[in-house]
Design a protein around this ligand. Structure first.
Ligand code: FAQ
Length: 330
């Protein structure tokens, strides 16, 4: 596992009841925790887990959409999709950097991913079968990502919170480009509307699963909420997403694939049907339609890039050596 040395260092001096109470008081006062601040080992570990998984999700998330860059229907669509996929790569890099401030290296995080030990979002294990899937991903997947990530802009850990501000601005462009694709298909030929409906049918339930298990089964939520890493529960965010998205589907003239969906006047929100949690856990545990391909693609990219990393390190070493030699000569 990650940087045991660092975690052990925290444990020596940051687990006393006095320290934990003082740390919680800082969180309660809405102070930001910064990289060099003392922190409980469990706080560090939770952040490394969540930020690492989030970074992997952004990077693996480039694959389903990357699959359509060469087949985008127009030049304009291609340019937007290219920009979006590059943004996701950028998000992964900010997030790896934010995790590195906690003492874990990018190499360690990547090794966790390609060995299959680290998780990434379940949503990226499904195939993109038609161009309409690109619309559905922008609209639903980025829409769900925004719902989850806007509260993370107020997360107690400074580098993560600051990274999220820019990420959310970009995600909102992504959501719009996806919705615009759906609008175009929905008002197009009957075949195009059918493609949009088919994409919605396939992406709706996996998008609801992105928010994580139901609150009763969410093992990290209580502690992460107390530390203000999480500001809303998984079910609260899922409900907000459903309430925001159902009217958008109505506007498109598309039907949600949920016969139990109905407006509840009392709670001023939608009741929705039972999520297939067994299917969710199967995907999370590595048995979704494309888990193997996704991890294999990341492994190949990591191995193919080895010579670049070696060359960059060697270049840095030579520059350092030259600088030491020229200082010695002065
Ligand atoms: N998939 O106790 P909780 C994006 C795991 S970015 C896989 O509730 P927590 C942008 C969870 O890790 C999408 N695993 O956990 C984009 C834990 O396992 P562990 C990613 C999941 O952390 C768009 C276990 O289940 N966003 O889409 C999932 O309190 C388009 C128990 O769960 C983030 O990562 C899942 N869906 O809450 C890119 C946001 N859900 O670690 C390209 C940051 C749960 O003990 C194209 N993360 N698990 O082995 C979070 O907000 C939280 O970590 C949650 C989970 C809400 C995901």
């Amino acid at each position: 596992m990650y940087s045991q040395g660092l975690l052990a260092m925290d444990a020596e001096n940051s687990e006393t009841p006095e320290f934990l109470a003082a740390f919680q008081a800082r969180i309660d006062a809405d102070e930001k925790i910064e990289p060099n601040d003392p922190m409980p080992a469990a706080y560090r570990k939770t952040l490394i887990r969540q930020i690492g998984q989030h970074a992997h999700s952004e990077i693996v998330g480039m694959l389903p959409e990357g699959n359509w860059i060469t087949r985008a229907p127009t030049l304009r669509r291609k340019v937007s999709l290219l920009a979006k996929v590059q943004d996701e790569g950028g998000h992964g890099l900010y997030l790896y950097s934010a995790a590195e401030t906690l003492g874990v290296s990018r190499k360690e995080m990547t090794e966790e991913l390609i060995s299959g030990r680290a998780k990434y979002s379940s949503i990226f294990n499904y195939p993109t079968q038609s161009w309409a899937d690109i619309g559905a991903i922008g609209w639903l997947v980025d829409g769900a990502a925004i719902m989850n990530q806007v509260p993370l802009c107020r997360c107690s850990y400074g580098p993560y919170a600051r990274a999220m501000i820019r990420v959310c601005k970009e995600e909102s462009f992504h959501q719009r480009q996806g919705y615009e694709i759906m609008v175009t298909l929905a008002v197009g030929a009957p075949e195009q509307k059918e493609m949009a409906q088919d994409a919605l049918n396939r992406w709706w339930w996996p998008s609801l699963m992105m928010f994580g298990p139901p609150d009763g089964e969410s093992m990290h939520s209580d502690q992460s909420t107390q530390w203000k890493i999480k500001r809303f529960s998984n079910d609260e965010l899922r409900q907000k997403f459903v309430d925001a998205t159902v009217p958008q589907a109505h506007h498109l003239g598309l039907a949600l694939p949920d016969t139990d969906l109905k407006w509840d006047k009392d709670k001023q929100g939608y009741e929705y049907g039972e999520i297939d949690w067994d299917a969710f856990w199967r995907v999370v545990k590595g048995h979704g339609p494309l888990n193997r391909n996704r991890v294999a693609a990341r492994k190949k990219a990591w191995e193919d890039g080895e010579w670049v990393r070696e060359a960059a390190l060697e270049h840095a070493r030579k520059r350092r050596e030259r600088s030491i030699q020229s200082q010695a000569a002065e």
